[in-house]
Design a binder for this molecule. Structure first.
Ligand code: SF4
Ligand code: SF4
Length: 542
């Protein structure tokens, strides 16, 4: 059945330059002496080293753990000894350095014990996502987003279509095409695992119509699988038909909303190489420790695809393919979306799909003022107004760039390619995005600092109020206690007074008794005198 396809806006028909690197079968590169594994090879937080210098590690052993939800672990690509954990240069347009684990290989290439899950259908979605996360799998199409997250649609999101992107529309790059030709069956295994995790009915594998061999291999592999729920679809060769939003539009006619994600319209999209990595991880217990890399361009004697261990020095694989003496430009990725590097003494990382080596033109292309020709807008696949974005980015009016949907720009470079004034438009958009992110980060940091300050103030005021309340309560208690004391004193005073009065009364009674003796008879007086005399005598005798 032929599937209906939709046309995307804009785009360019570019010379492919693909056949030069597709003549030979893909070969694995020799085991390097040193592997340099950056802790950050993906979008999100860097992983955290869980080994120390001097530790012996095995191939496939986790050496850095995911630090956050949007993060993935890193694994040793071969067995050996950790000889350093330090900052080293990594593939980045700025030539920046980042923390890396450096392994000296022992030549044994000895694997850790692997857990194979051939019966993955008995596992639930969460268990499959955990295997995929713990295997360090990220999007291998270039973006490097942790793949397990895309397999977790989250509550309230229904997925009806799973797309595998095998379009590989950028000139020169052929690693996905070679993978489809050589490992079509593995890609379909990976697709089936993802389908099981997402519980989705409809699956599409998209391949550009200039990759006939890859298409044939996938169709043959599908027949073996008897997977009638999967469509392998050839899409027109057009740059950037492989952009995620453009591919979704071509295959389904649906538009991903501005600033939205494919999941918002019930679609999940993965790269074909990511699917193969998922199959390796689940079925064979192999984490992501190698990938296909295209080494190509006019500056290379023997352009081809290589199966490279992550962490292998880039200059070793360039040497393997033979660099022409006049070659003077090194690009990671393709000519449209890749970035130039000055130094090849950097490692291959998970997102490194191509090394393009060219003879850069020496004559300078002078940048001229914008002539408002509108060619950039005519080719923009995101239907933006590149010249307006350029004005506002140049004027550092970043609010306005956002009003013109800067973040819908996929940095495809079509506008720059057609601009007759040679304005490096994409560079302005990247600059604007970086500035906006930095400002947001700064705002976030200052918001956090303000919240901390406000919380501290609140805590201090609360403490002060609590102290005052405590003091007030104490005072009240003291007052109550002293009130009771006063009444106790009064009672005591009254008792003393009473006692004194009793004593006084007794004395008066006694004196009254004394007075009564005056009225005694002579006889009584005599008897008393005798008693007194006897008492006196008895006292003396004693
Ligand atoms: S293509 Fe270049 S010159 Fe033409 S409108 Fe766009 S930015 Fe201006
Ligand atoms: S780089 Fe951005 S603005 Fe330029 S054509 Fe591509 S999507 Fe449009």
């Amino acid at each position: 059945m032929t599937m209906r396809l939709w046309k995307i806006f804009g785009g360019l028909k570019l010379a492919g330059h693909k056949t030069m690197s597709m003549e030979d079968a893909t070969e694995a590169t020799p085991l390097p002496k040193i592997l340099t594994l950056p802790l950050k090879q993906h979008i999100g937080h860097a992983a955290e080293a869980i080994v120390n210098v001097g530790d012996k590690v095995l191939k496939g052993q986790m050496i850095a753990a995911a630090k956050d939800y949007v993060s993935t672990p890193i694994h040793a690509s071969s067995s050996g000894t950790v000889i350093a954990i330090e900052e080293r240069p990594v593939p980045h347009p700025s030539g920046k350095t980042t923390d890396c684990i450096v392994i000296e290989t022992d030549g044994e290439d000895k694997w850790i014990e692997r857990v194979e899950n051939a019966n993955y259908r008995q596992l639930d979605a969460s268990a499959l996502r955990n295997i995929i996360r713990d295997s360090g799998i990220v999007g291998l199409g270039g973006a490097g987003f942790p793949s397990f997250i895309k397999l977790n649609p989250g509550p309230g999101n229904m997925v009806d279509t799973l797309i595998l992107n095998g379009a590989e529309c950028e000139p020169y790059i052929t690693c996905d095409a070679m993978l489809m030709q050589e490992h079509g069956r593995k890609i379909i295994d990976g697709l089936n695992i993802m389908r099981h995790a997402l519980q989705v009915e409809r699956c599409i594998i998209a391949v550009e119509d200039n990759k006939r061999a890859a298409h044939t291999m996938l169709v043959n592999a599908l027949q073996e699988h008897e997977a009638e729920y999967i469509d392998v679809v050839q899409i027109p060769t057009l740059y950037p038909a492989g952009g995620e939003k453009q591919l979704i539009k071509t295959l389904t006619g649906k538009e991903v909303p501005s600033n939205g994600l494919p999941i918002n319209i019930g679609i999940v999209c993965h790269n074909v190489a990511t699917a193969a990595a998922v199959a390796d991880a689940v079925l064979e217990g192999k984490p992501l420790i190698s990938r296909y890399v295209t080494v190509t361009g006019e500056g290379i004697e023997h352009p081809r695809n290589l199966d490279v261990l992550i962490g292998t020095p880039l200059n070793e694989i360039i040497e393997l393919c033979g660099k022409r003496s006049e070659a003077n430009q090194y690009i990671i990725g393709g000519p449209m979306m890749g970035f130039e590097i000055a130094d090849t003494n950097i490692p291959v990382i998970k997102t490194c799909n191509c090394i393009l080596i060219q003879n850069k033109k020496t004559e300078a292309e002078f940048v001229m003022p914008c002539i408002r020709c509108g060619q950039c807008a005519a080719v923009c696949p995101a239907q933006l107004l590149p010249q307006q974005l350029y004005w506002y980015a140049r004027a550092k009016n970043f609010d306005k760039t956002q009003d013109y949907n800067l973040f819908d720009c996929i940095e495809c470079g079509c506008c720059t390619y057609v601009c007759p004034s040679h304005i490096p438009l994409v560079q302005y958009y990247r600059f604007a995005k970086t500035e906006i992110w930095a400002q947001e980060q700064e705002k976030k940091s200052s918001d956090i600092a303000r919240q901390r300050h406000e919380f501290r103030q609140f805590r201090m005021e609360r403490k002060k109020a609590e102290n005052e309340e405590r003091k007030r309560q104490k005072k009240e208690l003291l007052k109550k206690v002293s009130g009771k004391k006063d009444s106790a004193d009064d009672a005591k005073k009254a008792a003393i007074k009473e006692a004194m009065e009793r004593v006084k009364a007794k004395r008066e009674a006694q004196s009254a008794i004394a007075k009564n003796t005056d009225n005694l008879t002579e006889k009584q007086k005599k008897e008393i005198a005798e008693i007194e005399a006897r008492r006196k005598k008895a006292k003396e005798e004693n």
